[in-house]
Unconditional design. Structure first.
Lengths: 230, 1243
C-alpha cells in the first residue's frame, strides 16, 4: 500500500542546544526526515552520543525538535500542547525503556494496567484487564500476574514493560535499548518477542539499539551519524 | 487496577520513606490539636470554676451598702409561685419558672489570728443561713466562723482556734458625709473557727464569689442573724441569689406522647397517651430566663422598708384662734437620712415613666418643692396637682390627690448661728415650706424660735449668719456662711417644737448630751450650758426655719436633698388611709432598681466571662505557630525527598501518558492520606501535648494563669476540628511542595531526576549537564554586581516585602502604635519573606557564578546553592526560629527599669496601697493622718493619690475570664496630670491631647463617662479597643456607659478603669471613702511599718509598685517563656531538618565526594567542605531571622519600656549556632563514614 499515508513522518527534524552566553550551538540532530508505514519496523543505530535517544524522545513526544515536523497519523505533533501530547503518548505510542521502569509497588498485572489509569476513554478501559491477561499470557507471564517486579528476572521485567507498552493498543512502539540491560539469552528472547509482536499486532516498531543482531531483525535499519540519519 | 489501588500500593511500598513525613504531619497536627485542647481546657476549667463560684445561683440582687429586709426573698418566692399560671383551677401543677433562693449579708472584713501572727485583708465575710442554697444544716452557730481553705491556709488556723474579724459597720449615712459617725465605723468580732460542713461533692462555699475571676478569694461565713446584729443592720441583708433549675411548661403533643411511651416501657404496661396525665415538661432555664421570670414579681413583692424607707405618722399641735389643735401628719423618711431624687419623685406621685423623664439630682425637688409661693409651699391642702410640677413637663401624677401635696423638709446641722458677737453653736435648722414658714417668706429670710431669739437677742429685721459644713465635703470640712434677715420669731411649741423634724443623724440623734455627739467632726465651738440644756429639753428641735429653696441651695448633696416629706392629713380622710395611700403610691411609682434592688443574670455573665475569657487555644496556636510551621516544613521536606527519590517512577508515568497534573494528584493523594494518618496520630499526640502544656501552666508557667488549677477538658468537636485542620494544613503544605513536581521532562526523570532546582526547563541547561560546559549569561559576565535586572521576580518580591515592612514601621511611629502586636507580626513576616527572597536570589547567583579555581569554601558555598529549594527550606526553618527567639527576648518586661520615672509603668510611685475598709479622710492632711494616729514626722515626704473603688471584675492579665464590668477607680485627674504620671500607649480617635489625664474631666455628648485603662487590660482582659464603651449599672440601677479614651502602657493600673472622682461620686454616691492609694515616698522606707501598723484596722496593705508591676509583667513574661520554649522546639526541629538535609545531600553526592578523596583530599577536608556548605545555610538562616527580628521589634525597643537583653540573646543564638554546627558535623560524619571510595565503583 505505497499510497497509504505513513504512520510516522519526520520532516527535516533538527535538535540544537545553544548556550545563552552566545558561545555557539551544538547540533545533535540535523534535518532528519523519515517515513514509516503502519506495521513497519525500523532500527536506529549509531555511536554513543550520536542523538539516537534524542531522536526517539522526539518521536515519542518526550522532547520537542528545534525545527522540523513530526507527523503521527498525519497529525503535526508540534501543534499539540503538553496535555494533548500526554494523550498521544498514552493512546498512540508505546514505550519500552532500557531500564524497565516498572512500578515496584505494583504487581505485574497492575503495572500493565497503569497506562489505562491515565485515560478516561471507556473504550480503552473496558476490556483492558482481559487484554492485559491475554498479552501477559502471550509473553509467557500468565502465571506471574500477581508477582511484583522485584520477584521477576530482568528479561521477565522487560517483557512486562513490553506488554505495558501495548496495553492501549498503540500504533507506534518505541524501544530504547530494550536489550541493553539483559543477558544474551534474555536479549534474544526479547528480540523474538518484539519481532513477533510487530508482526502479530501490526504495530509500527522503532528500536534504538547498539545490538547489531536486534537491529538486523528490523525491516529497515538507519544509522545516525553526526546528527544525520543514513 | 484503580487509581486508589495505585495510591495504596505506593503508600505501602514507600512506607519507610514516608515515615518521616508521617511523623512530621503527626507532630504538626499534635501541636495544632494540643493548642485547641489547651483552649478547651482553660475554657472548661473557667466554666467549672464559674459554676463552682456561684453554686446554683442564676441571678443576683446585690444592693451593696443598701440593706433590704431578710424576708424579701420569701415574699418574692410567694409572688412568683402565685403568678405561675395554673393549667386549670383544680390543678396544683403550674407552668413557669419556680424560684428559690438564698439571702446573704456580704461585708468586707479583715481577719487576724488571735496571736496577731497572721492577718488577711480583703476578706469576703458572708452572713448565711440554712437554706437549699447553703445547706448548712443549722451547724453554723453564733460565735462560729467558717473559713475557706485559702483563708485557713493563709491564717494557718484550725477548727477551734479563735480569730478576730473586723468589719466595716454599714453606716446609715455615707461616711463621706460631714455628719457621720466616725468612732463607730468598724466592729471587731472574736470568732471561733468552725469546721465547714458542706454536702458531699458541693464545694462552692470554698470558692463562692460573685466577681468574674478565677483567683481564689478569702471567704468567711457567719451566722446571718449574728452578723446582721453585729453590723447594726438587724434583720437585713444585701445579697439575694435566686435560682431556678428548670422551667415547667405544658408538653407539646409529641413530648406528651414520648413521655407516655417512656412510662409504658419503664412500667411495662400500656398507658394510652390520651388517658395519661399531662406531666409538666421541665427544661433547664438560663440565667436570663430566671431574671425575666422573677423581675416582674420583684416589683410586686418589695416593700418600702426594703429600700430603708419609712412612712410614719407625726403629731404636732398648732394654735388656733380659740384653742390648740392636734395636727397629724404623715412622714416619709429614710434610715439613710437623705431622700434621693427618685424616691422624692415617686413619693410625690409621679409615675415611673414620668419620674424617669424628670431631671436628675436635686433639680427634681427644687422644681417641685422649692419654688417660693408655689402651691406646694403655700397651700398644704390635699387637693389637686402641683401646677409647678405639671409645668415642669413631668407626667401627671398616677395618684392624683393627697400624695402630690407633700411638703419637703430638709433639716441640717449648722455649726454656728451668729449675730455680731453673739453665737449659738451646733443647731438644727429646718428648710421647708408652709405651714412652718409663711407662704410669702423670701429665701433670704429666717424664722427663729423664741429660744434662739432670746439667746442671740435678735428681733425681726436683724441679720443672722449661718455657718455650716458642705454636706458631702467629708473630711475636708469645707465651711460656708450665709446671711439671713430675721422674718420673725416663732414660739417653741406646736409645729415649731417638733423634734422629729431632725432626722436620725448617726452619732447625734441618740446622744444624751451635746458632749456625747459623734458628729464626724471635731466640735470646735464652745458648747454652753444653755446649749446643753436645750439639747436635754428639746433635742434636735430646729432653732430656726428657712425656705426649702434656701436650704437646698446650701445643703443639697449627692446623697439627696430632703430629709423627709410630710403630708398633712386632709379632713376627709384618716391618717392611716393617707399613710397607706402614700406607701402604696410611692412603691408603685418607684422602680426597685432605683433603690439598688436590681436583678442581674449573674450566671449568664459568669459563663460569658468564662466563654469569652482569654482564648488559650488561639494563644497557644500563636505560641506554637513556629513549631507547627517547623514540623510541617520538615514534613514537606521529607515528603519531597521521598518524591524526588521516585523520579524515575514519575518519569515512567509521564512517559506512559499521564499528564503532570495527574501525577501530582496521585502524589498529593498519597500526601493527603499521610496527612490524615498523621492527623489521627496527632489527635493522640495533641492530647498528650495539651496535658503537657496544662502541666506547664500549673507549674513552671503558673504565673500566666494565677492560682487556680486547670483541668483537662476536650470537646470531641475540637478533636475533630483539630484533626481536619491538621490534615488540611499538612495537605496544603504538601500540595505547595508538589506544585513543581512532575514538571521536569520525563526523559530527565527517567534518568534519575538529577536536575538542579530551577533549571532544566531549557535545552540550554539540560545541555549544561550533558556536556558540562561552564555557561554564564552575558548579563552575569558583564559584572558580578547586583543589578535590578538581575534580581528577578523573587528579588523584586523581596524588595517589596522589605519596603512594606519599613512602611509599617514608619506607620507605627507616625501613629504612636509602637507596641502593637499585629504590627510586630506583620513587619516580622514581611521581613522574613524578604530575607528568604534575597537568600534565594543569592543562592541562584552563587550557582551561576564561576571563578577560575574555586577555593574549598567557595566550592562549599556553590554546593549549598545546588539544591536551592532544599537549602531555602532549611534557611526558612532557622530564620523563623531565630526570629522568634530574638524578638521574644526583646519583648520581655522588666518592672525595675526606670521605676522611679513618672513615665514608667509604676507612674513613679513607690508603693500602691489597698485597704479592705474605706478610708474617709485625706491622708495628705494633718487631720487625716491624725485620724490614724500618724503625725507629720511619720509620713514626712509621703504623698498619697487616693482613689475611690467600685468593685468589679479584675481586668488584669491575671484574670483569665473576660472581664465584663471591670473595677472602677475614681481619681482626681488633676493630681495625676500634675505628676504627669504614666506613659500613654494610645488614645481613642479624636481624644489625643497633651494633658491626657484631663480627658477624664471631659463630658461627652452621649453622657458616656470617659475612662483610662491599661493598654493590656483593654486589649486582652476586656477584648476592647480605644473608643469602645462598656455598659455599667449605677447605684440606682441606671445603665450608663464608660468610654475608653486613653490607654497607659504596661502599668500598675492594670485591672481597673480610671474615671474622674466627680463622675464616680455622681454614679456611686454611697460608695464611701478611698480604698486604693498611689504613694510617693522618699527613698527610705521607714514610714512603711508605722503606716501599715496605724492603718491595720482598715486592712491596709502596702505593695511596692515594682513588685506589683512584676506580678503583672509575670503574666506576659510567662507567655513569652512559653512562646520561647515552643519556639525553641521549633528551632530544634529546624536543626533536625538541617541534619536531614546534610545527610541527604551527602548521600546523594557520595560519588562526587569520593572523587575529591580520589584526587587527594583528606577525609577531614571533605567533611569540612560539607560542614562549611551547611554552616553557610545555618548562618544565612540565623542572619535572616535575627535581622528580621531586630527590625520588627525596633518600634518596641524605642518605646519607653523597651529594652534589649543583648547578653541572653547572644547566648541563645550562640547556642543555636553551636547546636546547628554539631548537627551538621554529626550528619556529615555519619554520611561520610565507611569506604567512600566504593561509591566510585558503583558509579
Amino acid at each position: 500500500m505505497p499510497d497509504a499515508p505513513p504512520v510516522l513522518r519526520l520532516t527535516k527534524v533538527s535538535k540544537r542546544y545553544s548556550s545563552t552566553d552566545g558561545g555557539g550551538e551544538l547540533a545533535v540532530l540535523q534535518e532528519i526526515s523519515l517515513d514509516l508505514q503502519s506495521g513497519e519496523s525500523a532500527s536506529i543505530v549509531g555511536p554513543s552520543g550520536s542523538g539516537k535517544s534524542t531522536l526517539l524522545n522526539i518521536i515519542g513526544t518526550l522532547d520537542r525538535p528545534s525545527s522540523g515536523q513530526v507527523l503521527l497519523d498525519n497529525e503535526d505533533l508540534s501543534r499539540l500542547d503538553e496535555n494533548q501530547l500526554a494523550a498521544v503518548r498514552n493512546r498512540r505510542i508505546g514505550f519500552i525503556f532500557q531500564g524497565h521502569h516498572l512500578l515496584p509497588q505494583c504487581t505485574v498485572l497492575e503495572n500493565v494496567l497503569v497506562p489505562v489509569l491515565a485515560t478516561k476513554e471507556a473504550s480503552l478501559r473496558s476490556g483492558a484487564e482481559a487484554r492485559a491477561r491475554r498479552l501477559l499470557a502471550r509473553v509467557g507471564l500468565g502465571e506471574r500476574l500477581t508477582h511484583r517486579p522485584g520477584q521477576l528476572s530482568g528479561g521477565e521485567r522487560q517483557r512486562v514493560a513490553v506488554v505495558r507498552a501495548l496495553i492501549n493498543q498503540p500504533k507506534l512502539l518505541l524501544a530504547d535499548e530494550p536489550t541493553g540491560a539483559l543477558d544474551r539469552a534474555s536479549a534474544e528472547k526479547l528480540s523474538d518477542l518484539l519481532v513477533e509482536l510487530n508482526r502479530e499486532e501490526g504495530v509500527t516498531l522503532i528500536v534504538v539499539t547498539h545490538a547489531p543482531d536486534l537491529a538486523r531483525r528490523m525491516k529497515r535499519v538507519f544509522e545516525l551519524r553526526d546528527g544525520k540519519l543514513e | 487496577m484503580t487509581t486508589r489501588t495505585l495510591i495504596l500500593r505506593s503508600l505501602r511500598f514507600h512506607a519507610r520513606s514516608h515515615l518521616g513525613a508521617l511523623l512530621g504531619a503527626a507532630v504538626g497536627s499534635a501541636v495544632l490539636v494540643g493548642a485547641l485542647v489547651v483552649g478547651d481546657s482553660v475554657r472548661g476549667s473557667l466554666r467549672e470554676q464559674a459554676l463552682e463560684r456561684l453554686g446554683s445561683a442564676d441571678a443576683i440582687i446585690d444592693s451593696g451598702d443598701r440593706f433590704f429586709e431578710q424576708d424579701l426573698p420569701a415574699r418574692l418566692e410567694n409572688s412568683v409561685v402565685a403568678a405561675l399560671p395554673k393549667r386549670n383551677m383544680s390543678d396544683d401543677l403550674a407552668w413557669g419558672v419556680p424560684m428559690s433562693g438564698a439571702v446573704l449579708l456580704d461585708l468586707p472584713a479583715t481577719a487576724v489570728r488571735q496571736d496577731a501572727a497572721a492577718r488577711a485583708n480583703r476578706v469576703h465575710l458572708y452572713g448565711i443561713t440554712n437554706c437549699t442554697f447553703f445547706p448548712t444544716g443549722n451547724l453554723l452557730l453564733p460565735g462560729t466562723v467558717w473559713l475557706n481553705g485559702t483563708l485557713t491556709r493563709h491564717l494557718d488556723v484550725r477548727a477551734g482556734d479563735s480569730i478576730i474579724i473586723r468589719i466595716s459597720k454599714p453606716a446609715a449615712l455615707s461616711r463621706d458625709a460631714v455628719i457621720s459617725s466616725r468612732n463607730d465605723s468598724s466592729v471587731a468580732l472574736r470568732m471561733t473557727v468552725g469546721r465547714m460542713v458542706q454536702p458531699p461533692g458541693r464545694q462552692f462555699l470554698e470558692n463562692f464569689g460573685l466577681r468574674n475571676s478565677h483567683v481564689a478569694s478569702f471567704n468567711a461565713f457567719m451566722n446571718l442573724d449574728e452578723l446582721a446584729k453585729a453590723a447594726g443592720v438587724d434583720g437585713r441583708a444585701n445579697l439575694f441569689l435566686p435560682f431556678s433549675a428548670y422551667r415547667l411548661h405544658e408538653p407539646s403533643p409529641a413530648q406528651h406522647w414520648w413521655k407516655t411511651m417512656r412510662e409504658v416501657i419503664s412500667q411495662r404496661r400500656w398507658i394510652s397517651p390520651r388517658a395519661a396525665p399531662q406531666i409538666p415538661y421541665s427544661v433547664p432555664v438560663t440565667s436570663r430566663e430566671t431574671v425575666d421570670a422573677i423581675e416582674p414579681r420583684l416589683a410586686e413583692a418589695w416593700k418600702l422598708s426594703d429600700a430603708e424607707l419609712t412612712v410614719r405618722m407625726t403629731q404636732s399641735s398648732i394654735s388656733g384662734i380659740n384653742a390648740e389643735t392636734n395636727l397629724t401628719m404623715v412622714e416619709l423618711n429614710t434610715r439613710r437620712i437623705f431622700l434621693e431624687p427618685p424616691v422624692i419623685a415617686a413619693a410625690l406621685g409621679y409615675s415611673k415613666g414620668g419620674a424617669g423623664n424628670l431631671p436628675d439630682g436635686t433639680g427634681v425637688a427644687s422644681s417641685i418643692i422649692a419654688t417660693p409661693g408655689s402651691q406646694q409651699g403655700s397651700a398644704p391642702i390635699p387637693q389637686g396637682g402641683s401646677p409647678a410640677l405639671l409645668a415642669s413637663g413631668a407626667s401627671a401624677p398616677s395618684t392624683p390627690g393627697a400624695t402630690t401635696n407633700g411638703i419637703g423638709v430638709l433639716t441640717y446641722l449648722v455649726n454656728l448661728i451668729r449675730v455680731g458677737e453673739r453665737a449659738a453653736p451646733y443647731s438644727m435648722i429646718t428648710a421647708t415650706g408652709a405651714p412652718w414658714v409663711p407662704v410669702d417668706m423670701a429665701d433670704d429670710e429666717i424664722l427663729v424660735n423664741e429660744w434662739l431669739a432670746e439667746d442671740l437677742k435678735v428681733r425681726a429685721g436683724d441679720r443672722v449668719e449661718l455657718s455650716y459644713y458642705l454636706a458631702d465635703s467629708g473630711s475636708q470640712l469645707i465651711e460656708r456662711t450665709n446671711s439671713f434677715r430675721v422674718r420673725g420669731v416663732v414660739p417653741l411649741k406646736g409645729l415649731h417644737a417638733d423634734r422629729t423634724l431632725m432626722p436620725e443623724f448617726p452619732g447625734i440623734a441618740k446622744a444624751e448630751s451635746t458632749h456625747d455627739w459623734d458628729a464626724g467632726f471635731k466640735l470646735t465651738h464652745k458648747i454652753r450650758d444653755q446649749d446643753e440644756a436645750y439639747w436635754k429639753n428639746h433635742r434636735g428641735t430646729p432653732k430656726a426655719f428657712i425656705t426649702l429653696a434656701a436650704g437646698q441651695k446650701m445643703w443639697s448633696n449627692r446623697f439627696g436633698n430632703l430629709t423627709a416629706i410630710r403630708w398633712l392629713v386632709p379632713t376627709n380622710t384618716s391618717p392611716e388611709v393617707l399613710r397607706a395611700s402614700i406607701e402604696s403610691n410611692t412603691r408603685a411609682n418607684l422602680n426597685p432598681e432605683d433603690v439598688g434592688l436590681k436583678l442581674e443574670p449573674v450566671r449568664e455573665r459568669a459563663l460569658a466571662a468564662a466563654n469569652q475569657g482569654q482564648d488559650f487555644g488561639q494563644l497557644f496556636l500563636g505560641f506554637s505557630f513556629f513549631l507547627i510551621g517547623a514540623a510541617l516544613i520538615l514534613m514537606a521536606m521529607l515528603f519531597q525527598f521521598g518524591v524526588e527519590q521516585r523520579a524515575p517512577e514519575i518519569g515512567t508515568l509521564l512517559a506512559l501518558g499521564f499528564q503532570p497534573k495527574q501525577v501530582r494528584r496521585l502524589l498529593l493523594a498519597e500526601g493527603v492520606v499521610l496527612s490524615a494518618l498523621g492527623a489521627v496520630m496527632g489527635v493522640a499526640g495533641g492530647i498528650a501535648y495539651a496535658k503537657g502544656m496544662l502541666w506547664g501552666l500549673s507549674t513552671i508557667w503558673r504565673s500566666a494563669v494565677g492560682t487556680s488549677p486547670l483541668r483537662y477538658h476536650a470537646e470531641p468537636m475540637t478533636l475533630v476540628i483539630g484533626a481536619v485542620a491538621g490534615t488540611a494544613v499538612a495537605a496544603l503544605v504538601i500540595w505547595f511542595a508538589l506544585r513543581r513536581q512532575a514538571r521536569q521532562p520525563a526523559r530527565v526523570l527517567l534518568a534519575g531526576g538529577e536536575v538542579q532546582d530551577g533549571d532544566g526547563k531549557s535545552d540550554t541547561t539540560d545541555r549544561e549537564q550533558k556536556v558540562d560546559l561552564p555557561i554564564h549569561t552575558a548579563r552575569e559576565k558583564a559584572g558580578a554586581r547586583w543589578s535590578f535586572a538581575a534580581i528577578g521576580r523573587i528579588g523584586w518580591a523581596g524588595l517589596l516585602s522589605v519596603a512594606a515592612a519599613l512602611g509599617l514601621i514608619a506607620f507605627a511611629f507616625a501613629t504612636n502604635r509602637t507596641s502593637h502586636a499585629g504590627l510586630f507580626f506583620g513587619v516580622g513576616a514581611l521581613l522574613l519573606m524578604g530575607g528568604l527572597a534575597f537568600s534565594s536570589v543569592f543562592l541562584r547567583r552563587l550557582l551561576r557564578h564561576a571563578g577560575a579555581v574555586p577555593s574549598l569554601g567557595e566550592l562549599a558555598l556553590r554546593n549549598a546553592a545546588r539544591r536551592r529549594k532544599r537549602s531555602l527550606a532549611v534557611i526558612a526553618l532557622l530564620a523563623c526560629g531565630s526570629f522568634l527567639i530574638t524578638s521574644i527576648g526583646a519583648f520581655r518586661l522588666d518592672s525595675d527599669k526606670d521605676a522611679t520615672k513618672r513615665s514608667s509603668g509604676t507612674g513613679g510611685f513607690r508603693y500602691i496601697g489597698e485597704s479592705s475598709l474605706p478610708v474617709v479622710v485625706s491622708l495628705n492632711t494633718k487631720s487625716g493622718r491624725e485620724e490614724f494616729g500618724l503625725d507629720e514626722k511619720d509620713l514626712a515626704g509621703v504623698n498619697f493619690v487616693q482613689m475611690r473603688v467600685r468593685d468589679g471584675d479584675d481586668a488584669s492579665c491575671l484574670n483569665l475570664n473576660r472581664a465584663q464590668r471591670p473595677r472602677l477607680l475614681g481619681v482626681e485627674p488633676v493630681e495625676l496630670q500634675r505628676l504627669n504620671a504614666f506613659s500613654f500607649a494610645g488614645f481613642a480617635k479624636g481624644f489625643e491631647r497633651a494633658d491626657p489625664w484631663g480627658l477624664l474631666a471631659e463630658s461627652h455628648q452621649d453622657g458616656a463617662i470617659p475612662a483610662i485603662g491599661d493598654a493590656a487590660s483593654i486589649q486582652w482582659a476586656l477584648g476592647k479597643k480605644l473608643g469602645d464603651t462598656l455598659e455599667y449599672t449605677d447605684e440606682r440601677g441606671r445603665e450608663f456607659k464608660v468610654r475608653l479614651v486613653g490607654a497607659v502602657a504596661s502599668s500598675i493600673l492594670q485591672g481597673s478603669l480610671l474615671i474622674s472622682e466627680d463622675s464616680f461620686k455622681e454614679r456611686f454616691p454611697s460608695e464611701t471613702g478611698y480604698r486604693m492609694f498611689l504613694i510617693d515616698a522618699p527613698s527610705k522606707d521607714t514610714f512603711v511599718p508605722n503606716l501599715t501598723r496605724a492603718m491595720q484596722d482598715v486592712g491596709f496593705e502596702l505593695t511596692a509598685t515594682t513588685t506589683r508591676l512584676a506580678s503583672l509583667n509575670a503574666v506576659q513574661n510567662t507567655y513569652l517563656n512559653t512562646f520561647q520554649v515552643l519556639g525553641g522546639l521549633g528551632l530544634l526541629l529546624g536543626s533536625v531538618g538541617l541534619g536531614v538535609v546534610v545527610l541527604r545531600n551527602v548521600l546523594e553526592r557520595r560519588s562526587e565526594l569520593a572523587v575529591l578523596l580520589a584526587v587527594g583530599f583528606r577525609r577531614r577536608a571533605v567533611q569540612r567542605l560539607v560542614v562549611t556548605e551547611h554552616g553557610a545555610l545555618l548562618l544565612m538562616g540565623l542572619g535572616v531571622g535575627v535581622l528580621a527580628a531586630l527590625v520588627a521589634v525596633l518600634p518596641a525597643l524605642l518605646s519607653p519600656r523597651g529594652e534589649f537583653p543583648v547578653m541572653s540573646l547572644a547566648l541563645t543564638l550562640g547556642g543555636v549556632l553551636v547546636s546547628g554546627a554539631v548537627w551538621t558535623w554529626v550528619a556529615a560524619a555519619l554520611a561520610l563514614r565507611g569506604k567512600l571510595i566504593e561509591a566510585l565503583r558503583s558509579e
